[in-house]
Design a protein around this ligand. Structure first.
Ligand code: ADP
Length: 412
């Protein structure tokens, strides 16, 4: 009996110990599982933080503005890639870094500050730096500096100012002349003199309207608004320009010759813009030539491009001016402008037309020997099969007309 009781007690004890051990084990397994889960969550959270920091850094590196963050003691904590260019700089750019350090220190003291730094280059640049304190709910987090290259906006601003000044000047001259002529005309009693004055009034009015036309044309071409690209036959455009200029060329006794291929050269272009460019080149060639100095017009296909060349034997352009003649209102000799009616917008129009069509305009000139302007435009796929791009057809054209350049409009 005693043995049975001992066996029962031992069994119960064994079961109790087993249950306790099992519960302990379960508890341990649960705790381990929970740690593992916590650890995994922590790691995932860390990954997410690292990823979002990485994303933020990439975004800050993508902006075209410098950003430098410093702590309250002025120590730089972060700088994006745009701002890094100034730390590695040895020359002028180092001035920007010095300005950034100074402004960050001032901003850390609680003041928003800014400064423009001129870099004399080349190229000349103007950098704007501003720095702000970083504060939130009375707590100081240091300061941030922003760096901007304002060279281009400043240049555009200066150009706009020049443009307005130039327009005012160009309009004031004929307006002044008109007013004076009208005043004299009102008091004139001699019909012959009055008629002469009236002719001059008309000339000035025409000049004024030409300035306005050029301005409107330039602004239209610059904005490239409502432009339509369609296959345009270059020969047709050249013929049109010639027809418009024929009376002036005849009056000035400037012969115009053409060397044009027998096949059609086609470009995909805004016809009106292209006509304006060719007209302006031809107009200049006639304008800056003396009697009996021949103007020669050629067009050919070369390496997938259409080249339209206007060559004259006129006064030529001094080398030092050649770089600037495509600027708006730029004239080599302003005093000629009044005689010829030019205001310096023609070549600006040509260069905009070239740029709008993915082409370019080139000039070669020697003072006293004449000038050659070449308008280069991409040839169109719509070119007729006989005029395949990639073949230099100039030879062919020159051979066709060799030794006997023909006036435009002549049948060939
Ligand atoms: P403009 O109305 O004065 O002709 P452009 O823009 O057409 O203005 O030309 C700018 C300047 O370039 C002219 O003032 C002139 O001095 C010079 N120029 C342009 N084309 C020629 C040329 N074929 N021969 C000589 N000078 C030229």
């Amino acid at each position: 009996m005693i043995l049975i009781i001992v066996a029962v007690v031992a069994l119960v004890g064994f079961v109790v110990v087993g249950v306790v051990a099992w519960r302990e084990h379960r508890h341990f397994v649960d705790a381990e599982e929970s740690w593992r889960r916590d650890d995994e969550m922590h790691r995932r959270h860390e990954d997410e933080v690292a990823e979002s920091e990485h994303r933020l850094r990439l975004s800050l590196d993508a902006i075209a503005q410098g950003l430098v963050v410093a702590d309250a003691g002025g120590n730089v904590l972060y700088r994006n890639s745009y701002a890094r260019q100034f730390t590695e700089a040895r020359h002028g750019e180092a001035l920007v870094e010095a300005a950034v350090a100074e402004l960050l220190a001032e901003a850390a003291a609680g003041r928003a500050v800014e400064r423009e730094v001129e870099l004399f280059g080349p190229p000349r640049r103007c950098i704007f730096v501003n720095a702000l304190p970083l504060e939130l709910e009375g707590r100081d987090y240091g300061s941030v500096a922003l760096i901007d290259d304002i060279t281009e906006p400043q240049r555009l601003d200066a150009m706009r100012r020049d443009f307005v000044a130039n327009i005012s000047h160009e309009l004031r001259t004929p307006m002044g002349a008109l007013s004076l002529l009208a005043e004299t005309l009102a008091e004139e009693t001699d019909p012959e003199v009055a008629s002469r004055l009236a002719t001059r009034v008309q000339t000035e009015a025409i000049r004024l309207s030409a300035v306005m036309d050029d301005l409107l044309e330039l602004s239209r071409i610059e904005s490239d608004e409502s432009s339509e690209r369609a296959p345009v036959a270059v020969q047709q455009v050249i013929n049109d320009a010639f027809s418009r200029l024929k009376p002036v060329a005849e009056y000035k006794q400037v012969p115009i010759e053409a060397v044009l291929p027998a096949f059609d050269i086609v470009v995909r272009a805004d016809r009106r813009q292209l006509a304006s460019a060719v007209y302006n080149l031809l107009d200049n060639a006639v304008k800056y030539s003396e009697a009996h100095q021949t103007v020669r017009l050629s067009a050919w296909l070369a390496d997938g491009s259409v080249e339209v060349e206007v060559r004259d034997q006129g006064c030529g352009i001094p080398l030092r001016h050649q770089r600037r003649i495509f600027e708006r209102f730029y004239q080599v000799d302003r005093s000629r402008g009044h005689i010829d009616g030019g205001v310096g917008l023609g070549l600006a129009i040509v260069s905009h037309v070239a740029a709008n069509h993915g082409g370019e305009v080139r000039v070669e000139s020697a003072e006293g020997e004449g000038s050659t302007f070449t308008l280069v435009l991409p040839a169109s796929d719509a070119a007729p099969p006989g005029a395949a791009a990639g073949t230099d057809r100039r030879e062919e054209a020159a051979t066709v007309d060799a030794g006997a350049p023909q006036p435009i409009g002549a049948s060939r």
